[in-house]
Design a binder for this molecule. Structure first.
Ligand SMILES: Cc1cc2nc3c(=O)[nH]c(=O)nc-3n(C[C@H](O)[C@H](O)[C@H](O)COP(=O)(O)OP(=O)(O)OC[C@H]3O[C@@H](n4cnc5c(N)ncnc54)[C@H](O)[C@@H]3O)c2cc1C
Length: 297
């Protein structure tokens, strides 16, 4: 497999890092190594990599704020979108956003241009590509709300627009297949007063600071909220707050956050998650579903 990665390297300008420690690029700050990790700055390189899709596994990463890579690592190529995918433009009545743009940068751009309904992005620490894939959201808003379409490079090397209604965007999920790469995201938008938007931005920031352990090594909400229930409440009532495996623990501030206290392995985190799932099932008969994406064998 690594021979293939060397071959790919000989055909692209973007630099592949070999045996890359994924702990450096995920918010959990732990996990195994990827055989290759590449920040791709142009479409040509991206297309060249895709041509090897039947010979090598690949997976996209935004900023790894929702990602756990198992300690055994990832036997393929991790692709990160570079600077050329970091632009935001207003084209007529469409807000066109590169998939590598950070959510908070989009929220700040929207504020500057008096564009409303993007305030919720201010506190989500991912990229817009990751936000579409996960249909990220908070406080009653989600990425799908204003989404018009996404520009995608598929595994056949074809670039195509996919309309929002074809993506099956539901609570923290989409039907985008693993091999499709979101390049650009187009949103519909409306204007409002700058002050109104600023007020909402500040409100959301404060609310998060009060209720979430934002400075920890975590991936945010570990599990999806089951229908009409809050995962955090179920976890807390099942007595899991503070529960620990190795150096991973269930946050005392927000029970749906698992935290790496410093030296936790990905195995510690996954085992702790499984323990929480078991306890909640025993107490409430409800099966929690992982929100975090887990990569590797
Ligand atoms: C402190 C904290 C708070 C959080 N709060 C929230 C919250 O309020 N609401 C919420 O919804 N989430 C929240 N999250 C989770 C996370 O930030 C979101 O899921 C975010 O959208 C993930 O974006 P990312 O760019 O980091 O994606 P990653 O974690 O890197 O990847 C997530 C998934 O998206 C895929 N992906 C990423 N980019 C692309 C692309 N260009 N094309 C195709 N697939 C892609 C990856 O392959 C992977 O499957 C929080 C996380 C943390 C650490």
């Amino acid at each position: 497999m690594s021979n293939i990665i060397y071959e790919i390297q000989s055909k692209i300008k973007s630099k592949i890092l070999f045996d890359y420690d994924m702990g450096k690029s995920t918010w959990f700050r732990t996990g195994g190594k990827a055989q290759g990790y590449v920040t791709v700055n142009n479409l040509k390189d991206l297309k060249t990599i895709i041509r090897y899709e039947d010979k090598i596994k690949y997976s996209l990463i935004g900023v790894g704020s929702n990602l756990l890579v198992r300690d055994s690592g990832y036997d393929g190529l991790i692709i990160k979108l570079g600077k050329n995918f970091n632009k935001i433009k207003i084209k007529k009545n469409v807000l066109s956003v590169g998939a590598g743009v950070l959510d908070k940068n989009l929220a700040n751009f929207a504020l500057k241009n008096s564009i409303k309904d993007f305030e919720f992005f201010i506190g989500i620490p991912g990229t817009i590509g990751g936000a579409v894939k996960m249909n990220a959201g908070c406080y009653g808003s989600q990425t799908s709300d204003n989404l018009k379409r996404v520009l995608v490079l598929n595994s056949l090397g074809k670039i195509q627009y996919i309309n929002s209604n074809e993506l099956n965007l539901e609570y923290r999920s989409s039907n985008l297949d693993k091999k499709s790469i979101i390049l650009q995201v187009d949103f519909n938008f409306n204007y409002a007063s700058y002050d109104e938007i600023l007020k909402r931005n500040i409100h959301i920031k404060l609310k998060r600071e009060e209720s979430q352990p934002l400075k920890e090594k975590t991936s945010g909400s570990t599990f999806k909220n089951p229908p009409d229930k809050f995962a955090a409440e179920l976890i807390e009532k099942a007595g899991c707050k503070g529960l620990q495996v190795g150096d991973a623990s269930v946050s005392n501030i927000h029970a749906n956050f698992i935290i790496n206290n410093g030296t936790a392995t990905a195995t510690d985190i996954e085992r702790l998650g499984k323990k929480v799932i078991r306890r909640v099932k025993e107490v409430f008969g409800i099966l929690l579903e992982w929100e975090i994406k887990i990569l590797g064998k």
